[in-house]
Ligand binder design. Structure first.
Ligand SMILES: O=P(O)(O)OC[C@H]1O[C@](O)(CO)[C@@H](O)[C@@H]1O
Length: 349
């Protein structure tokens, strides 16, 4: 039976293929400046991680909303000219219904990003972009998360180039930067595995896990939260750096493990300041960083990538840890739990 770990090891090859085969000539993406993204769970986190890349590289504005809330309480700002509905399975009820509501009542283009070209969401959106990653059979998505982040980044390049905001040379350069990043995935997995080997005893003992990120890696911290909650099944929460300082730190105690997700930017000193303070109040502060070297609790991945591309890579240690920490705790991730949930709650069609 295929496992979450198998999918993690497939990421590099899959992401290379996505870049190589991506179609940048999508005429329906012309003249787009304001996008509303509707997505939930890991698809929401992936959108958050890709947002800064899309806004800065594709020169556009991105708003991300939870489809259920949008469906019942939201309205479409007239400035939006594209709705991107992200659903890896294509079966999330709230995302499908939110798109349905928009297409019924508004004149706005909708495109769905999904791994399944036959899924229900493709029947309600105007256009479809296949994630080109095959189907992921494990519910705790890893390859699909990374494929979604990458496809959103590529989509922003396509939008910028179709809208004549990016010339061919810049487009090629951006593709090159993404390729270079993706080529480092297997090395990241190897480094993560070594780090995990040294830390597994203490990670097994932790009662609560937190991740703190900033900028695009706020999305990474939120995906940590989703992945750890689904698999490790101990209280796990991801925070935006400054938000952690407004209340959440008050629960800190010596059983907590905090992961700081750090990239080299103007915000790094703020993250280091918080880390320095928290070190004496929690069990352990770890760092997952793009740096070339660090202390013994730092997984320094030595990555030459821009901050906006970094979430594509910095999530990988969390995907690996989620699988391994669950496993050393004796959790069989192949064993389905809450088997009747979808049937009772209808959150997936
Ligand atoms: O991207 P999709 O297929 O809409 O799924 C959203 C979320 O729903 C879940 O499958 C749980 O129902 C999550 O694992 C996932 O992140």
């Amino acid at each position: 039976m295929v496992s979450m770990l198998d999918y993690i090891y497939e990421e590099q090859v899959t992401l290379e293929k996505i870049i190589k085969e991506f179609d940048f000539n999508l005429p329906e993406l012309k003249d787009v400046t304001h996008c509303l993204i509707l997505a939930t769970g890991s698809s929401y986190n992936a959108s958050l991680a890709a947002k800064y890349y899309m806004e800065s590289t594709g020169d556009m504005y991105i708003d991300i909303q939870e489809p259920f809330d949008f469906l019942h309480y939201g309205k479409v700002d007239p400035k939006f000219d594209l709705v991107i509905a992200v659903s890896q399975s294509g079966k999330s009820t709230s995302t499908i219904h939110a798109v349905e509501k928009i297409t019924q009542f508004q004149k706005i283009k909708t495109i769905t990003l999904t791994s399944d070209s036959e899924s229900p969401i493709t029947k309600v959106a105007n256009h479809m972009l296949n994630l080109n990653m095959g189907m992921e059979k494990v519910g705790f998505v890893t390859k699909g998360y990374s494929a979604t982040v990458l496809n959103l980044m590529l989509l922003s390049l396509a939008i910028a180039s179709q809208s004549h905001r990016m010339d061919e040379k810049v487009l090629e350069k951006e593709k090159e930067n993404l390729c270079k990043a993706v080529y480092s995935i297997n090395k990241i997995i190897d480094k993560t595995a070594k780090f995990f080997e040294n830390k597994k005893a203490e990670l097994k003992e932790s009662n609560r896990f937190l991740a703190i990120g900033y900028g695009p890696n706020w999305g990474t911290a939120k995906e940590f939260e989703t992945k750890f909650t689904e698999t490790v099944r101990k209280p796990s929460q991801g925070f935006e750096l400054e938000a952690y300082m407004h209340g959440p730190y008050l629960e800190a105690n010596e059983t907590h493990s905090i992961f700081f997700v750090e990239t080299d930017s103007a915000i790094l000193s703020r993250s280091k300041a918080l880390r320095g303070y928290m070190e004496s109040h929690v069990k352990r502060c770890y760092v997952i960083s793009t740096q070339s070297a660090g202390g013994e609790d730092e997984l320094a991945l030595d990555l030459d990538v821009s901050e906006k591309i970094s979430p594509l890579l910095l999530v990988i240690p969390f995907q690996y840890f989620a699988y391994q920490i669950a496993t050393i705790q004796g959790i069989d991730l192949g064993q389905r739990i809450f088997d009747d949930f979808d049937q009772v709650l209808q959150s997936k069609i």
